[in-house]
Design a protein. Structure first.
Length: 306
């Protein structure tokens, strides 16, 4: 019985240490989540402004673009490179940016993204030749490589609060690949942050840019003074707008990752506390049994002496 008591005590001690670690990790993830949510709100202000400018500048061109029959139309090629980002063209290949974490300890965060992304690609494509994959996060990159799926480009080791400079290369690479017709449309697959307890798998179409509403431009009361021309500005602004959409998805995904990490560590801490409670009850019962047995032996020995 003594050995059993010592074993239970050791299990309680080790579980308490684990609980302290997971509780500390929960608090760290909570602090990261707070910063990430603040960064996401700040970025939304920037995204709203650049969207307003882009919508205002392209409002006059959108009606003309709708009249173009295809990307190969001669008028389209003469309209400027920015039309390429606004006009749909025949889809020969589809590009996917899949955002996961670099490490584990985030509950079902990664498995949710990878499972649904795989299902989507299996349903929509007959072979790997029909899509191009870009992975942000080591978990996703390793997952696809292990299944023989070619990853055209990958980015690992993002900080907890990634700046645009960190992701500039991969987002500019994605837009350049689209302009060079490596793929004809681009989607970003990630977990969208709803709140600290909930995230939702989301697939957003980034290219061609199709969510601009020309009616929004009618709400602006002043005209921009443009230097140089409107076309030259849009040639530079539209790629930046596309890059900002991808960057916004990365920030959103990072926020969801921190929330998932906090929730996972809270669950682990709660489970550890439950185990400690059960082990404590088992220890008390074993200790009570040992005391009862000792009393019985003493009473029996005293009765034998009488």
């Amino acid at each position: 019985m003594g050995a059993s008591l010592n074993e239970i005590k050791q299990r309680i001690a080790s579980t308490k240490k684990t609980s302290q670690i997971t509780n500390a990790m929960q608090m760290v993830s909570g602090a990261k989540l707070t910063k990430s949510e603040a960064a996401s709100r700040s970025f939304q202000e920037y995204a709203s402004k650049i969207r307003s400018i882009v919508t205002h500048l392209v409002a006059a061109q959108l009606s003309d673009l709708e009249e173009l029959d295809s990307y190969d139309n001669e008028d389209a090629s003469e309209s400027g490179n920015y039309h390429m980002m606004l006009t749909s063209r025949p889809v020969k290949k589809t590009g996917y940016i899949v955002i996961t974490s670099d490490k584990g300890l985030v509950g079902g965060y990664n498995s949710s993204i990878l499972k649904q992304t795989m299902k989507m690609m299996t349903d929509d494509h007959d072979s790997q030749d029909e899509f191009v994959l870009i992975a942000i996060g080591g978990t996703g990159a390793d997952f696809f490589k292990a299944r023989g799926i070619n990853v055209a480009y990958e980015l690992r080791g993002l900080t907890d609060q990634p700046s645009f400079d960190e992701v500039r290369k991969i987002v500019s690479t994605a837009t350049t690949m689209y302009e060079n017709e490596v793929f004809d449309e681009l989607y970003v697959c990630y977990n969208h942050h709803i709140n600290s307890l909930t995230s939702q798998f989301r697939v957003e179409k980034m290219l061609p840019i199709s969510d601009l509403d020309p009616d929004e431009a009618t709400t602006y009361e002043q005209e921009y003074i443009l230097e140089p021309s409107e076309e030259a500005i849009l040639d530079n602004l539209l790629p930046q707008y596309a890059e900002s959409l991808i960057y916004g998805a990365i920030i959103d995904a990072k926020t969801a990752e921190h929330a998932a990490g906090m929730t996972a560590m809270k669950t682990a801490t709660d489970n550890a506390q439950n185990i400690i409670s059960d082990l404590t009850i088992s220890y008390n019962r074993a200790r009570q049994g040992a005391i009862t047995q000792e009393i019985t032996e003493i009473v029996a020995g005293a009765a034998a002496l009488e």
